[in-house]
Design a protein around this ligand. Structure first.
Ligand code: AGP
Length: 603
């Protein structure tokens, strides 16, 4: 989704803004632009397409030491120069960048049109600089408050006003924004990695607070216009965390980072006395239902969690796509634990699901990667996944660390409820402890095979991922990985469901990936593999017992021996690598696939 940067200090703003925007590219965008202030007013430069286009247009200009920049992911209006941000006010004394959606923009556009304002874009954003111009009375704080009070929807805004020297302004509601604190210079950004080369000290503004940012300080005002003290957050991320480190793509780097990320996620949470879930207030014995709501891969992690929690904690688990959750009138109570899973912690639908769950009296536990993100802050409890910054749009370590936390959570619930035997509990904990090392070896081993299989199957036009139980959940994630980066049409089906319709699509050389890791379901899945193979499909089998399915498959990926419940972690790693090499063979933009955004901050 859209990315925002802002700078004020002694240096030229343009190169700093462009560098910040390049670090936000991963969020997904289709145009970009900057606005720089100087004694001559505000100059805006913007361009459709990749940042390289903006670089061409800027050269060394505009000159000035204060500015704001933006990468736009089109929602209202086509991705073109006119709709790219920043947007000027009519008299060009204001320039604004925006992430989010102003829901009442049509009403406000009519209001402003009646008062003589003419719009140059189709965006919802352009009403903001126009409103600022309309309300301007010489006092910027009052002007911003009047404008803010008119806006409905979500926004992170960076505002530049001509004649205000080195000052610029920022505020947010339901969209992410951080303020970076430097020495004699200060920044804003949609997320921390954009400015980590300059600072690791951040202020995170709360909803509707207004920040006035100058080279020498940041002043934050609350909703009542009172100046407030904000806590300074020191990030433990380094700029190097957001570099490729010699890997061809962030996605490959992040696949390889998984063992370390999983280790960091679990190591101090498994103690000699059992599981310790940070400061989470959890009593499994008092919970009568778990609801998991999330989007995309995080939802797929929730699906794996459902099988695990139901099996070991004997609690009913409902899983919802967060975008559906709040509209289905869910039945929640104080004994229901709602779990929101999100790598970014900013996904608009997941945040809305969280608020809905709280509104209905449910306790909310968030499983989140980005520290202090909106979901982390609004949940009653948080378990961080400690994956470190994930830059590639296709999540890898974000997903597997979510699985690790869901396993810990499920086991703790099982222990609280007395539904797991000591033997099983110890076996699972033991398997979890060895998981990072096993995963490390597995990724090293399977990499070459994934490359070979990608070379063989990359021309496929469709792929079907099938499995039963948690293998079906793993299939959902495998199919998403393949389709989002290779653009091959890919679907996941519960293996037993294929013959109820989808099998009619299977023909000679259709690609099927059959996952069979669960002893009690293996024979059933094998029958389904036979059904597609007898209709001409090419089958890649995935199993921890490869011999048991080899005869029915064209190729087999052998998973290591582990506890049956943990196989989705290994399946994920194998399918991530397969998707990565298929996409590489087809020549896609692996880290920034078309149309996608890393952090989906609009509904
Ligand atoms: C998966 O590769 C995607 N990037 C996407 O499905 C993602 O998992 C989803 O948008 C949820 O994001 P979140 O974890 O940041 O909430």
């Amino acid at each position: 989704m859209c990315g925002i940067v802002g700078y004020t200090g002694k240096q030229q703003a343009t190169p700093i803004l462009l560098d910040g925007l390049s670090r936000l590219e991963y969020r997904g965008y289709d145009s970009s632009g900057i606005a720089v202030g100087s004694g001559n007013g505000i100059e805006v430069v913007k361009a459709k397409g990749r940042l390289a286009e903006l670089y061409k247009r800027t050269g060394d200009r505009p000159e000035g030491t204060v500015g704001i920049g933006h990468t736009r992911w089109a929602t209202h209006g086509a991705p073109d120069d006119a709709n790219a941000h920043p947007h000027y006010s009519q008299d060009r004394t204001f320039a604004v960048v925006h992430n989010g959606i102003i829901e009442n923009y049509l009403e406000l556009r009519a209001f402003l049109s009646e008062r003589g304002f003419t719009f140059l874009s189709e965006t919802d954003t352009e009403i903001v600089p126009m409103l600022l111009e309309y309300y301007y009375n010489g006092n910027m704080l009052e002007t911003i408050i009047k404008t803010r009070n008119k806006l409905k929807g979500s926004y992170a805004l960076g505002i530049l006003h001509a004649g205000d020297g080195g000052a610029f302004y920022a505020l947010r509601k339901d969209s992410p924004l951080v303020i970076g604190l430097g020495e004699g210079e200060n920044f804003i950004a949609s997320d921390m990695p954009a400015v980590l080369t300059h600072t690791r000290r951040f202020i995170i503004p709360d909803e509707k607070e207004i920040a006035v940012i100058t080279p020498n300080g940041v002043t934050v005002y609350n909703r009542n216009q009172e100046e407030i003290e904000k806590e300074i957050f020191v990030s433990d991320m380094s700029a190097a965390d957001a570099e490729k480190d010699g890997f061809a793509h962030f996605m490959l780097k992040e696949i390889y980072e998984q063992p370390g990320a999983v280790k960091k996620t679990i190591h101090d949470r498994i103690t000699p006395d059992g599981i310790r879930l940070d400061r989470v207030r959890l009593n499994g014995a008092e919970i009568d239902k778990v609801c998991i709501a999330a989007c995309g891969s995080a939802y797929h992690a929730g699906e794996v969690g459902k099988y695990f929690i139901e099996k070991y904690a004997r609690l009913p688990v409902e899983t919802d796509l967060a975008s559906e959750f709040r509209y289905r009138d869910p039945i929640l109570s104080k004994n229901c634990l709602t779990v929101i899973v999100s790598q970014s912690g900013e996904t608009a639908d997941s945040l809305a699901a969280l608020r809905e769950a709280k509104r209905r009296g449910s306790r909310v536990l968030a499983i989140v990667n980005v520290v202090d993100s909106s979901i982390a802050r609004e949940a009653d409890d948080v378990l961080y996944t400690r994956a470190g910054p994930e830059i590639a749009v296709a999540t890898t370590k974000g997903y597997t660390t979510q699985l690790a936390v869901l396993y810990l959570l499920g086991l703790q619930l099982a222990k609280d409820r007395g539904t797991v035997s000591d033997r099983e509990y110890d076996a699972l904990l033991g398997a979890l402890k060895t998981l990072p090392e096993q995963l490390n070896r597995f990724i090293d081993d399977v990499n070459a095979q994934a490359q070979y299989l990608a070379g063989k199957y990359y021309p496929a036009s469709d792929a079907y991922f099938i499995g039963r139980g948690c293998d079906w959940s793993a299939a959902l994630e495998g199919a998403l990985k393949l389709k989002e980066i290779s653009y091959i049409h890919a679907e996941a089906y519960a293996a037993g469901e294929l013959k109820h319709g989808t099998i009619s699509l299977i023909e000679k050389n259709s690609l099927v990936l059959g996952i069979a890791t669960q002893n009690d379901l293996r024979e059933k899945t094998l029958s389904n593999i036979k059904e597609v193979r007898s209709r001409g499909a090419a089958v890649i089998g995935i199993s921890d017992n490869p011999a048991s399915i080899a005869a029915e498959c064209d190729d087999v990926i052998a998973l290591p021996e582990t506890h049956a419940a943990l196989t989705p972690v290994f399946t994920a790693a194998a399918l991530q690598l397969f998707a990565y090499y298929v996409a590489a063979a087809r020549g896609g933009d692996i880290d920034k696939p078309r149309n996608l955004a890393k952090s989906v901050t609009v509904e």
